[in-house]
Structure formats: C-alpha cells, structure tokens
Design a protein around this ligand. Structure first.
Ligand SMILES: [Fe+2]
Length: 294
C-alpha cells in the first residue's frame, strides 16, 4: 500500500508588502484583488492545520499542484521554499507550478531557482515533464502556468512539453507503474475560458492514446472528478482538490486535501481516495472516502 497525499493552491498568506517598483503590469490588478478579496479567503492558520493533519497521516509522498504564490513577488518564492521544505525533503515532496507562480514573465526563473529541487526528475534534471519513480508510482509533473494578461488565468502546456508527456507515458507502459500526472489546471472544467487550459484538447488526446492511471490538479479551488477517455475503452480519473488554505465559507469549497491509497498491479490497481477538510469550528475531519479504482 502506497499513500500519496495531494494538496493544492495554498496561496501563502500574508502577502509580503510589495515595493512600488514591483507593482507593474499584472501585479497591480493582482494586488488590488488580494487586498479586496483573496486575503479574506487564504488563511495561514487554516493551511497550518491542513498540513499538520496531513503529516499525521504519514503519507509516503506529497504532491502539491501549484499556486504557492499570489502575485509572484520575489519574497513569495523565498517563503514558498521554506513552506515546501516544512512539508518534507525534496525527494518526498513533488511540486508543479500554477498560474500564480508564473504570474509575470520573470517569475519562472524565481520558481526554478527556489523550488527546483521539488520539480526535478530522479537525475535532478529540471524541466518539464519530469518523472519521479516512488514505490509503485510514476509521478509525472507538467507545468501549465504561463504569464497572461490581467484578468486571465489561462494555462498552456505547449507542443514540446506535450510531446514529452506522450513519450513519457508511452515509455512507462513497459514498467508496470501506476502513472500519476500532476498538473495545476484541470483537463476538464466548467470554469470558463478565462481560466481554462487552452491546449487541453491535445492533452486529452494524449491521455486517450497512451493512458495514465490518475490525473491530479488544483486551480478551480473545488472538488472535482472527471473521467477522461483512456486507450481501449478504459477511463482515467482526473481529480481536483480545494485550496489548502481556504477559510470555511469564504471560498467555493473550504480547505481540504486528498489521500490516495494505492496498491495492486497493472490491470488490477486499487485506489481509495480520502478527503479530509476543515469544519466550521476549525477541526480537520474525514469528509469522504470511496474506491476510485478497483
Ligand atoms: Fe489558485
């Protein structure tokens, strides 16, 4: 039995005070949005409770699918590194960036510099897709975060990365591992075009051609389960989780995280998913448990 924990969109608070010189372009609208709305949603106490509860479950590995940052100030990346390191060692904690981590063009370098150890493959080579083998799992990290114009939160994978993903998924068939794809944006979403993964149709075609066992994501800050087409009539679950810092009653779904308990072998995998989240009185409790696969 291998236990994978998944949390997403911590949007670390409080936001560092930006310098005037840093409030250029998209950061201006993002900063106003934080001050007016988001700072009341993303609560560091809530996040600390979620993390403490998750650690008490002693998962074998932790996956974080993006949006540590808010408006990608340099200080947010230093805080983000401390937070990632507080979860566990880089080999035990895998991260893929979200749109808020690549909010402005220069931020991609900040993310790579501060968080690179959590998004590199087993040979410590950075870049996407990356591959980590952990027990029966193959964790494949891809990045959908790209800088966009103000008021847009779209994602983009790009031809090169998608080709790499197809090659990786195909090559892994021979290894008989449970293939988990980590991505920030949902492959399927009702959230509208301004938040969508714009090249999702290509991603869906790759999953349909080469298969995967599980796709996990964040971005919409809600619990989601969509079944994607895999090869030969199989289906691939794509599961989204709420923001790990969302105060109860302030966001679409209150803070939670998922535990996946995985065992078996190709053709006979079982995967149970457990949701643990925050209640109105601030306790973290089990909210849902069901067999996703098998
Ligand atoms: Fe987010």
């Amino acid at each position: 039995m291998f236990t994978l924990a998944h949390l997403s969109d911590p949007h670390l608070a409080p936001l560092p005070v930006p310098r005037w010189s840093e409030l250029l372009g998209k950061r201006v609208t993002g900063y106003i949005n934080w001050q007016r709305k988001r700072r009341f949603i993303h609560d560091s106490t809530v996040l600390a409770k979620i993390v403490a509860d998750m650690k008490s479950q002693t998962p074998d590995h932790i996956a974080v699918t993006g949006d540590i940052a808010n408006i990608a100030l340099p200080e947010e990346f230093r805080h983000g590194r401390d937070w990632l390191e507080s979860l566990g060692a880089a080999q035990d904690v895998t991260f893929v960036p979200g749109n808020h981590d690549v909010y402005v063009a220069e931020a991609a370098n900040y993310a790579a510099r501060q968080w690179g150890a959590h998004m590199s493959d087993d040979d410590a080579i950075e870049g996407f897709p990356f591959l980590r083998r952990r027990g029966p799992l193959a964790l494949i990290g891809i990045t959908s975060g790209v800088p966009t114009a103000p008021f847009l939160a779209t994602g983009w994978l790009g031809t090169l990365q998608l080709a790499g993903l197809a090659e990786t998924l195909n090559a892994l068939k021979a290894e008989k591992l449970f293939r988990v794809v980590l991505i920030h944006h949902p492959p399927v979403s009702q959230a509208g075009r301004s938040k969508a993964l714009l090249d999702a149709p290509v991603l869906l075609r790759i999953i349909a051609a080469h298969g995967a066992d599980l796709v996990i994501h964040g971005h919409d800050h809600v619990h989601m389960l969509n079944w994607l087409n895999g090869p030969n009539g199989t289906r691939v679950p794509a599961v989204g989780v709420a923001s790990a810092s969302a105060a109860f009653g302030k966001d679409k779904d209150a803070a939670s995280y998922h535990l996946y308990r995985i065992e078996g072998a190709p053709g006979a995998w079982t995967c149970e998913v457990i949701t643990r989240g925050i209640t109105p009185d601030g306790a973290i409790v089990e909210q849902k448990r069901f067999h996703l696969i098998g």
